[in-house]
Design a protein around this ligand. Sequence first.
Ligand code: G
Ligand code: G
Ligand code: MN
Ligand code: NA
Length: 255
Amino acid sequence: LTLESELRRAIERQEITILYQPIVRLEDRSIAGFEALARWDHPKLGRMAPSEFITIAEETGLIVDLGMFVLDQTAKQLSVWQRAMRSHEPIFASVNVSSRQLLRHDLIHDIRTVLSRSSVARGTLKLELTESLVMENPEHAAQMLTRIRELGTGLSLDDFGTGHSSLAYLQRFPFDTIKIDQSFVRTTSRGTRPVILKSIIALAHDLGMDVVAEGAETDSDAVELYQMGCEYAQGFAFGEPMDADAAMRLLTEVR
Ligand code: G
Ligand code: G
Ligand code: MN
Ligand code: NA
């Protein structure tokens, strides 16, 4: 069997596992949401990271079915979490989307289907897209993203800072959140990039967007980010990607 046909079967047989990594409010370290991260539990090769199979999925078109599976599972899981913590502000969950998915108009249909099958609070299911993805075809992306937002889906700009476009330019896309790439965040405690980081945070806020810092690995990263005005962070300092049950335990223990 080729890896392609194995991946096809893995999607059909639901051998794709979704891990969830917490995104916390730096103010009080409470959990604001989770990012869904796919893993492939291969019968012989073991657990595979997205870097080992997302490219194959994109090149073969399997990303469409894989993407729908991740979206659907995450929405169902999010409903479960939200029901379990009814008296709290609903948490969100965000799902990574690749360009092949955004190019298909059916993505709108898929999102509608997923939302109708689950009972997530409006605006709490979010998509993460990278800057390079939207810049591949800005006109088309802008149209699609506007329609996606109209469905009540949040939009995060992922890996911000790794591309070449300015945040001001990207404001023409309806993102509500930017996620600052780990390469900027991991260096905070070593003091190399605080000026850039502070400027990105301030500009994002001026443009009305929330800011999530990715790759906060230490407590001092968290403290410094908060001092810079960043309100959310994700990283090993708060939790590694974990299975849905562990995420549920974290939600119910902490609160
Ligand atoms: O969990 P890990 O650090 O290995 O994830 C690496 C990258 O893989 C993520 O940043 C994300 O861009 C990508 N990725 C993870 N899960 C998914 C998914 O379900 N769909 C897509 N398109 N990309 C994913
Ligand atoms: O590309 P994207 O940002 O969607 O994926 C996030 C990836 O970053 C996940 O695969 C996750 O495993 C990884 N990650 C999350 N937090 C940390 C961290 O604190 N340090 C490092 N090195 N990687 C992280
Ligand atoms: Mn992401
Ligand atoms: Na990222």
